[in-house]
Design a protein. Structure first.
Length: 418
């Protein structure tokens, strides 16, 4: 099981190229099941989660090629069952539910796996598909759905912690081949959902309202093949922005999607970090003293829960008291105990991390619990004295393309070890 050994203290300087979005690529890959024709996707990051999804598509009968960031999928024939051994590897596997139901008229998909960051039920996915006319049964860890015909409907997809991203994806994909018009109220407005809508539209779907809380989908009889370029990953860009800040360095984030990073940029500026939009990317520069800050996660365009752990790592190094609340996944703070192993002064009060910054962390062996927590521990190691060893980095390989190589290229002393 690989780990990272990080010798902290180096100031990061240079240029980092931001990869295509993982959270956009995964549902778009699932959407290729909606057509028998060839689809070509560009700027798909080479990640373990992407490889898992490609394995899923192959298992379901699609012909798949992946090279140099380009994926080609041709799903002439599609099986209708997605087994536990594949779906358990990552939560986004549940995105095949809507396409398989729409394409085959029936499907059996295992309940999903992925990072353990809190309760993430798929009841809103199922409610939306039932509203389209599907009959759904949960049996022995599987979702079994059947529909002789999907019919457009008006559907509300807001849950207790806001709109559901993957639920919106699933219902939008199924509705693209339903008879009549579907209105999704309280739809997720994340850029990744909008990217999926643009891909579906390039396949011939009739979708309006992406990027807003109301989607209108007019079903069509069939979708055709298409070519699409995936948007840049706003969470990867935000993580490298924090890397510049925590080392008090300066990085140019090439291809960073500034238009999708408003709340992250605002949070950095609140902390005293300079963030300037340039042609082709974002320049992030930080020097002491930085300022403490207060953050609260919310659905887009609010501050993303996927950046919460990274900003906890930054707060640990900022003089004064910072507070970071997570209203999306209130228990997503397992990184706090690991940061405390490195000397962090931090406490949890329900879903709020209260952090008193210190001048320098101390290197220590730490263990990643999930994707974004692993990124936070790597960031902390970049600032810490001596050596930090981050175990279970398979988590970080799920969402960051060659993060160790990218960090080394801008001055970090980080090595992957078996």
């Amino acid at each position: 099981m690989d780990k990272f050994a990080i010798h902290g203290g180096n100031v990061l300087r240079g240029t980092v190229s931001v990869s295509g979005s993982k959270n956009s690529s995964l549902p778009i890959l699932a959407a290729t099941l909606l057509t028998r024709e060839r689809c070509v996707l560009h700027r798909v990051p080479d990640l373990s989660d992407i490889r898992y999804m490609l394995d899923m598509l192959r298992y379901l009968g699609a012909e798949v090629e992946f090279a140099d960031g380009t994926v080609t999928v041709e799903a002439k024939k599609v099986a209708w069952e997605a087994p536990y051994d594949l779906v358990r590897r990552m939560r986004a596997s549940v995105c095949v539910l809507g396409p398989l139901l729409a394409r085959c008229g029936r499907t059996k998909v295992s309940l999903p796996g992925g990072c353990v960051i809190g309760d993430r039920p798929i009841d809103l996915h199922l409610r939306g598909l039932e509203a389209l006319g599907s009959r759904i049964v949960l049996s022995k860890g599987y979702v079994i759905a059947e529909a002789s015909e999907l019919v457009g409907a008006r559907i509300a997809l807001r849950g207790p912690h806001g709109s559901t991203v993957l639920g919106t994806d699933n219902v939008m994909m199924a509705a693209s081949l339903a008879r009549g018009t579907t209105i999704i109220e309280d739809a997720a407005s994340e850029p990744e959902v909008a990217d999926l809508a643009r891909f579906l539209r390039s396949m011939g779907a009739r979708i309006r309202g992406e990027g807003t809380g109301r989607l209108e989908i007019e079903g069509v009889d069939a979708l055709h093949g298409a070519e699409h370029t995936v948007i840049s990953d706003r969470i990867e860009a935000g993580t490298f922005a924090v890397a510049a800040a925590i080392t008090r360095g300066e990085l140019l984030l090439a291809k960073a999607p500034a238009e999708h990073m408003g709340s992250t940029i605002s949070a950095l500026r609140e902390a005293g970090v300079s963030v300037v939009e340039e042609e082709g990317g974002l320049r992030v520069r930080a020097c002491d003293p930085l300022r403490p800050f207060q953050l609260r996660t919310s659905t887009y365009p609010g501050f993303p829960t996927d950046m919460q752990a990274q900003f906890c790592a930054l707060a640990v190094t900022v003089p004064g008291r910072s507070q970071i609340a997570d209203d999306i996944f209130p228990t997503r703070f397992m990184h706090i105990s690991e940061l405390k192993r490195m000397g962090a002064h931090a406490d949890l009060l329900a879903n709020v991390a209260v952090i008193d910054g210190i001048p320098r962390l101390s290197g220590a062996p730490v263990m990643a619990s999930d994707l974004r927590a692993s990124a936070a521990l790597v960031l902390a190691g970049l600032q810490a004295e001596n050596t930090t060893t981050v175990s279970r980095v398979y988590h970080i390989d799920r969402g960051y393309e060659q993060i160790d190589a990218k960090l080394r290229a801008v001055g970090a002393d980080i090595a992957r070890q078996p």
